[in-house]
Every structure is written in C-alpha cells, then in structure tokens.
Ligand binder design. Structure first.
Ligand code: GH3
Ligand code: MG
Length: 663
C-alpha cells in the first residue's frame, strides 16, 4: 500500500470515528457550560472551576488526534485560565465567549476524507444447518455487517462447499453437527483449510464441550444461548486476530481517544484492545496478551505511572514495550515517565502519523529483539527461558477458565548415533527438520520450544493427555516417514520418544509437570523408544494385554503394532493362529485382551477364531476387529463384527480403539 493511500484510508477511518464521537466531545462542554451559567459567582468556586478545567484538559488531549489543533489550543487556554487565573482575571477573560467558540469549532469541524476507504474483500462465513433458526439469524446479522454468509445443510455438504470456495470462518454447532465420532472429520476439515477460523457453539458451556472445541481445532467457542449478534461479534474478533500482526493494549479514560487509537493503529495491522477502567488492567493484560502497552498518564483510580511501575516489577511482563501519552510535556513529567520505566512518550494532542510511526517502530524493534533473544537460532522455536514465561501464563489462563493443558517432552532416539555416523551437520539438519515439523503441527496458541540439545517441549492449550498423545503420534509418524539424505545415496530415518503430563490433574506447576512428563519419557525409552507415554500409561502385565493382533502377514501386523505401541498401548502379536486360540480362549492361560484384531487368516482360521472368542466365558468379552480387503467377500459367519477395511486411516482406527478402551 502506498503512503498516499494509507493516509487517505487513515483519514477516512478518522472521519468515521469523529462522526461517532463528536457528541461525546460536545458533552465535555457541559461542565464548562455549568461554570459559565454560574458566573460571576463561579469565578471563585473551586469545584466548578476544577470540573471545567478537567473537561478542557480532556478536550485538549483528544481534539488534536482528529486534526483540530485550533480546538486543542483553545481548550488548553481555557484549562490554564480556570486552573491558574484569579477570579477577577477570569471575569475579564470572557470565558463564555471562549467556550462558545470551542463549541462552534467542534460542531463545524469535519475530518475531510478525500476518498471513501477502499472496499475491502468481504469476509465469508460458513454455517451448518441445525434446524434451530439460529443460522438464519446469524446470516442476517452477518449480512448487515458486510459479511457474506452461507448455510450448508450438513457437515458433508460443508466439506463439499469448502472444496469449491474459500471461507474465512466456519461456525460449528458442537451439539448437533459434531457427533462423537465426527470430531475427527471436522478437525480434518478445519486443518485442511488454513487460515480459516473456526468458532464452535456449545449447547451447554461445559468443560467437556470446551475440550471438544479445542480438539476439533476451534479458535473460539461460545455457548449457543448467546445472541446472533454476539456470535457475529466473536467472528469479527477472530478475523481481526487473524489479520493482526501485532497486539496492543491501550489504557485511557477517554473513550474518544481509545476509539481513534483503535482506528488508527488498525490501519497498520495492529489490533488494539481498549480499556477505560485502569482497575481492570491486570485481567485485561493477561487475557489480551499484548505486544505493547499504551498508557495515559492521568486517569482516575490508578495513574499511568502506577501501572507502569507495577508492570516493571512483574516477572512476566517487565519486558513489554510501554508508551505513554500525556497532555503535559514539561521536563518534570517526562523525567517521571522515563524513570518509572517507560520506553517512549507521545505528547497529547496526538498527531496520528507520529503516534502510529512510534508504535510501529517500537513493535518492530521489539520483535527483532525478541526473535533474537526468545527463539532458538537453529530450529526457530522458542528457547527454554521464553517458553517458560509463556507456559506459566497459559497455566494461569487455563486455571482461570477451567481448561486442561498438556505438557510434552520430546527426545530424539539414538541421536548420538546420527551425529557419530553422519556427522554433526546431519544432526543439525534433523533438529531443524523436527523444529519445523513441530511448528507446523501445532496451533499458534500452543507453545513449541527447544529446551536443550535434542530435547523439545510442547505445551498444548485445552488438550487432554490422550489427545496430546494422538497429536504427538501424528508428528512421530511424519518424522519417521521422512528420509534424510546427508550425502547422495546415503539415507536414514529418525524417531523420537515423548512423555506427556496434564495440568491440573497431574500437577499444578510447570516444575511438577516437567518432572512427571520426564518420568513418562524415561519409561517410553525403556520400552524401546519410538513411542509416547503419559503419566497414565501404566506398565501392563502380559496377561492383561489391551490389544491382541492375530495375523500371519508381517506387512500388515508390523505397522499396526507400531501404530498402537507408539501411543502407549500394550500389544501382543500372534503370528500363529493356533497359539492365539490357545492363549486367548483357554481359561487356563489366564490371558485376556480387550480388543482382538483379526487379519484375513488362511483357510477357516478367521471364522473359527472369531467363533471361539465369542464363546469365551471371561468378562468382559474382547471386542473383535476384522481387517478386510476391499472387494474380498466376508464370510456371513463374521457378520456383526467391527470391520476395518484396508488400507485404514490410523486416526480413524485409533478413535475406535480409544472408545472401547475408555470403558
Ligand atoms: P536416547 O535414545 O537414549 O535419547 O539416546 P541419544 O543418543 O539420543 O541420547 P544421548 O543423550 O546419549 O545423546 C544426545 C546427543 O545429542 C549427544 C549430542 O552430541 C547430540 N546433540 C546435542 N545437541 C546437539 C546439536 O545442537 N547439534 C547436534 N548435531 N547434535 C547435538
Ligand atoms: Mg536422545
């Protein structure tokens, strides 16, 4: 965008903000009017004078922002006279004439925009029909706000539509359109269309619903009881977040200044959270996680200086860039601001261009500094120190919202051997590749970090242990499928092991969670590596295996076994069907399995084994999964068994396994 364009657009935005806030600014003249009406007595009334002066002060601060510098000068003049003049002096000054002049200035002022803001591409919203009438209401509200909305009759239709067209946001009703086993379908839909945002609606605002929302990859969730307008508000907020490059928190008790800041900085891809009550500062700071804070100097209850000192004394936030706005620019004020720990100071009246340039520069410099100091140079993921701060904050947020967080430690298997065999550079390439894989695989609200040589940590917000294992297993599969080629013709593959602990059930602080996930990692390594264990992965006696596989075909059984073992399940493999019959059905062996996966076995073996397993007297009886090939007829005697057609999708198979083993 050219500079000229930007200025035009900024002006157009300011014009809109001015039109909206002019009434508010005119109200600031009320106490000045009251002062004038009560003259000549008011000239010696301390209260009336200071109320009038306070309003004149605010007007001086905000008028300049809209380019009305004459108004600022006039308001300043009135403020000084009311504050410092003698009663006689005030009467001689003809304050009513000055106030009337100021009113005329505000009433007549127009921010002239040479051109209307260029049309933006309309945001597109997709919803799924649920029979409640809500999608139609959202449709109407979204249209009024300039969005395009479409309603698909069901999830499959939504998927078909997404293949043809792109949408910016999809609204999902978790109560109806996402049945239990559809969660995976929806997640795929979501993940395959970045950067599409997903808003989940929940029938009751329950913990379980929130977790499901996170599992399907939703970026936000709302109970379905809220109005269509609130839903559309949230959509706008999510879209804002997506396009914003930086986040800023602005604190000022003057709503007109906040509105103008939001509009001005919004033009520079900066999303502004505004706050007019400084008492709510800490909550809003934690929730909005800004990259920079703008503070007004004078505010009721807490002054900007007090907030600034508090920020500089807080372990988590003390490094955030802080910019002050103040109407006073005398040396004493400025020294006070900088000695409280501010990074910069902008005098009110604010000049739009100066303000945006300063904020933008500060943000860019800080980002550069942060990437250098917070990120690992080799792998481009967070380093240990910076991830500690972010994870600790997530734990606090999760506690407040009653959500889980899963902490995972990842350690490459036999990595020393990679270095020894292929050289240090090849080792570095592996670390780099894994860093990239982890960055791609997790949502932006999750934390990925390198904590040491070949040890990585991932913190997943709103994720339970079991789901974290599933996500990690997907990453492990991808890593194992990748071939490294350090020199032409030399190829190798690598794997990792990982340990998972969950907040708050396993521990409430980072230290405890780290220790427990490290213990789980140790057990994963002990079991042979290439797997992910959690705090709840208990060593299982062979007699109580979770899953038995009966297959004479190693090409089928080996990957299946790995798939299950990497997720921490205990697996027993029978390559000889007769052994399986003997062990799994013979009560003498004492052997049980919760699930038996039967491959296509030679002759009648599959039918026989299934029949015998159905007859075992042990409770609970094992659930039988039948592996079938497409096009191969299945014996009618096997009707009623769960079928898995080859080639199966790991994620889909795992969902069914999890459901059965959860009971
Ligand atoms: P295990 O399966 O038990 O984890 O065995 P391992 O060989 O992976 O573990 P060990 O702790 O014995 O070795 C870790 C190796 O990681 C030793 C070190 O040379 C290598 N390493 C650590 N940091 C880096 C790095 O930045 N670059 C490279 N290339 N290698 C590194
Ligand atoms: Mg290792």
């Amino acid at each position: 965008m050219s500079q000229a364009n930007l200025t035009q657009q900024t002006k157009a935005m300011l014009a809109a903000v001015w039109a909206k806030n002019r009434e508010l600014l005119l109200h600031r003249l009320d106490s000045l009017d009251a002062f004038c009406r009560a003259l000549p007595g008011a000239a010696s009334d301390r209260t009336l004078r200071s109320e009038g002066a306070a309003d004149a002060h605010k007007l001086a601060g905000s008028l300049g922002m809209f380019g009305l510098s004459e108004g600022t000068t006039l308001a300043r003049d009135i403020e000084h006279k009311l504050n410092d003049g003698t009663a006689e002096g005030l009467l001689a000054d003809d304050i009513p004439a000055l106030v009337a002049r100021l009113r005329t200035l505000i009433e007549q002022y127009q921010v002239l925009a040479e051109a209307p803001p260029p049309p933006q591409r309309r945001h597109r919203v997709l919803m799924i029909e649920d029979g409640s009438g809500l999608p139609q209401q959202i449709h109407a509200t979204a249209a009024k706000r300039g969005m395009e909305a479409a309603v698909a009759p069901h999830v499959d239709a939504a998927r078909a539509l997404l293949k043809k067209e792109s949408f910016d946001i999809v609204i999902l009703d978790l109560g109806r359109s996402v049945a239990d086993d559809e969660a995976e379908k929806v997640r795929e839909l979501v993940l395959s269309h970045p950067p599409m945002q997903v808003l989940a609606l929940t029938s009751v605002d329950s913990f379980e619903d929130r977790v499901t929302a996170a599992q399907v990859g939703a970026h936000g969730f709302l109970p379905k009881t809220v109005s269509a307008a609130e839903i559309v508000d949230t959509c706008e907020h999510l879209l804002d977040l997506q396009t914003a490059e930086f986040k800023v928190l602005a604190v000022d008790d003057d709503a007109a200044v906040l509105a103008a800041l939001k509009a001005l900085l919004g033009q520079h891809s900066i999303r502004v959270t505004t706050l007019s009550d400084p008492r709510l500062f800490w909550n809003v700071l934690q929730d909005s996680m800004p990259d920079l804070v703008i503070l007004d100097l004078e505010m009721p209850n807490f002054s900007g200086l007090e907030l600034c000192r508090a920020i500089r004394n807080d372990a988590q936030w003390n490094r955030i860039p802080l910019i002050f706005m103040s109407a006073g620019n005398d040396p004493q004020t400025i020294t006070g601001i900088f000695s409280a720990g501010a990074d910069d100071f902008v005098a009110k009246p604010l000049i739009a261009i100066e303000l945006t340039t300063r904020v933008r520069n500060r943000l860019e410099r800080d980002r550069l500094y942060r990437t250098l100091s917070d990120y690992d140079q080799l792998t481009n993921v967070r380093n240990r120190r910076s991830s500690n701060v972010v994870i600790a904050n997530y734990l606090r947020l999760a506690e407040r919202h009653g959500l889980p967080v899963s902490l995972v430690i990842i350690d490459l298997d036999k990595f020393k051997r990679v270095n020894d065999t292929y050289g240090h550079q090849a080792g570095d390439d592996v670390l780099q590749h894994l860093g990239g894989l982890l960055r791609q695989s997790f949502r932006s609200e999750d934390v990925v970090a390198r904590w040491g040589g070949e040890e990585f940590v991932v913190a997943m917000f709103a994720m339970r242990r079991a789901d974290a294992i599933e996500r990690m297993a997907e990453v492990l599969e991808q890593l194992e499928n990748h071939e490294f080629e350090p020199t032409a013709g030399t190829r190798f593959r690598v794997s990792f092991s990982a340990g998972v602990a969950e907040f708050p059930v396993d521990g409430k602080d980072l230290h405890t969670l780290y220790r427990l996930s490290d213990e789980a990692l140790y057990r994963a390594k002990e079991a042979g590596g290439r797997r992910i264990y959690s705090t709840s992965t208990a060593p299982v006696a062979r007699a109580q295996t979770e899953i038995a596989i009966v297959s004479t075909n190693v090409a089928v059984s080996a990957p299946l076994r790995h798939l299950l073992e990497m997720r921490g399940y205990s697996v027993e493999l029978y390559q000889n069907p007769r052994n399986a019959v003997h062990e799994l059905t013979g009560e003498s062996s004492g052997m049980t399995a919760r699930i038996v996966v039967l491959d296509e076995l030679p002759g009648h073996a599959t039918v026989d084994l299934a029949a015998q397993l159905r007859d075992v007297s042990m409770e609970p009886k094992p659930t039988i999964f039948l592996l079938t090939s497409p096009g191969t007829p299945v014996d009618p005697a096997l009707d009623g068994l769960e079928r898995i057609e080859k080639p199966y999708k790991p994620s889909w198979l795992m969902q069914r396994v999890r459901k059965i083993l959860a009971h």
